[in-house]
Write a protein that binds this ligand. Structure first.
Ligand SMILES: Nc1ncnc2c1ncn2[C@@H]1O[C@H](COP(=O)(O)OP(=O)(O)OP(=O)(O)O)[C@@H](O)[C@H]1O
Ligand SMILES: [Mg+2]
Length: 388
């Protein structure tokens, strides 16, 4: 089983997991940084408290300014000192905006600090209690949010890379498709025209059976048409208003003679009137052919293919349901089978349905999907084609 899809999915999963490891790793690291800084700030607060007590006990005239300076330089978080009744006695590291009423501003800060941490109680004199309120410095607050901001940036980055990468890969794939198809058409051209010349030669020979020559000629013409399909890939499609029932029937007539006689194909028009839609005949025949061939393979060459044609309920689209009595497709594979390279056949390329989807969606602005599938009972593919 060829599966190009799997490699791609595995590498995307690896990239995603790496991104997650980076993200989670940075959250853990930053969190540990934050808690270390917090611990440090708490320690500094208790030093501050001790200093307050010390200041209260030193004899008048002793020089304590240097001590205060050292302590001040060492902490960056906002602090408010109050008495027991929450009257503000002093503050550090709080910048009061000029336009604001300083008392009201401090009261608001104090409320915030109360919510953040319990105060540290100091006793500057026996029986006298002061309270030191504090909150985290801006630095710690910023650091706390940093990993989430970082995670957001990383996800955005990966998102953008993925979109760009995907777009360029698709463009590349398209070029390969078109190049391959056109080259194939070009190479087939010479032997086909030589086969045509041989047909004329055989037709002139009366000893050969005419009906056989007729059938061979049909095949050669068919080859010529297939070549035309290949060379039309990549060029803007020319759509013509066609009778869908007639087109499908012509196609089936041709196919029926070339597949197992034990497969019966029937075409039913449920509307009882002509169903028309703009189509590119040679491309669309390819779709019907691919789906029918898959159906024949899925039934092991014995069974029934029923094609029913109708309009959708809103009358905006033609609906073509192709059912087989084959082995069915597990629901988990309903999307996968349309991806290039997915095949379960020894000699398959896994391209039939990819091309069918491309033709229906890109060239006809329609849709193709599995409508239902039951193991060992059969599968129904649905094609929707806009009528206008
Ligand atoms: N009607 C069906 N019933 C059951 N399985 C199906 C049916 N149609 C398609 N599949 C599954 O989907 C796979 C992909 O089909 P697809 O036509 O894209 O490639 P393929 O037939 O394997 O190769 P090729 O490129 O020659 O068409 C098949 O190999 C088969 O496993
Ligand atoms: Mg196929």
């Amino acid at each position: 089983m060829i599966n190009l899809q799997e490699n791609r999915t595995t590498s995307s999963i690896i990239v995603l997991m790496m991104a997650m490891v980076i993200g989670v790793g940075s959250i853990i690291y930053t969190n540990s940084l934050v808690s270390r800084i917090l611990a440090q700030e708490e320690q500094q607060t208790s030093i501050f408290a001790k200093v307050q007590e010390y200041i209260a006990t030193v004899e008048a005239g002793e020089n304590i300014n240097t001590l205060i300076e050292v302590i001040d330089a060492n902490y960056t978080y906002p602090v408010i000192l109050t008495d027991e009744k929450d009257k503000v006695l002093g503050h550090r590291n709080i910048r009061i905006p000029k336009a604001k009423d300083s008392l009201a501003y401090l009261a608001a800060e104090l409320a915030e600090m109360k919510a953040a941490h319990p105060p540290i109680v100091v006793e500057p004199a026996p029986g006298l209690k002061n309270l030191i309120y504090y909150k985290n410095s801006d630095l710690v607050v910023q650091l706390k949010y940093y990993p989430y901001v970082e995670l957001l940036i990383i996800s955005l980055f990966f998102g953008i890379v993925y979109v760009l990468f995907n777009a360029s890969r698709k463009a590349e794939q398209n070029k390969v498709w078109v190049g391959l198809a056109k080259e194939t058409a070009h190479q087939l051209g010479t032997p086909i025209s030589s086969l045509m010349a041989w047909m004329e030669y055989f037709k002139a020979d009366e000893s050969l059976d005419e009906s056989i020559i007729g059938e061979i000629e049909k095949d050669v013409l068919r080859l010529e048409m297939i070549t035309a399909r290949f060379s039309s890939i990549g060029s803007p499609p020319v759509l013509k208003f066609e009778n869908v029932e007639q087109l499908v029937k012509d196609n089936i007539d041709y196919l029926q003679k070339r597949i197992s006689t034990k497969v019966q194909i029937s075409v039913k028009n449920l509307e009882g009137m002509a169903l028309g839609a703009p189509l590119n005949r040679s491309l669309f025949e390819w779709v019907i052919e691919n789906i029918c061939k898959n159906a024949v393979d899925a039934m092991g060459g014995i069974g029934k293919i029923n094609i029913s044609l109708s309009y959708t309920r809103d009358s905006k689209q033609v609906q073509i349901d192709i059912s087989d009595t084959g082995k069915g497709i597990p629901k988990s594979l309903w999307k996968q089978i349309f991806k290039p390279g997915y095949t379960t056949k020894k000699r398959g390329w896994g391209l039939g349905l990819t091309l069918a989807k491309r033709i229906v969606k890109d060239y006809h602005k329609g849709n193709i999907f599995i409508l239902s599938s039951v193991p060992n009972e059969g599968t129904t593919f649905r094609i929707l084609l806009p009528r206008f």
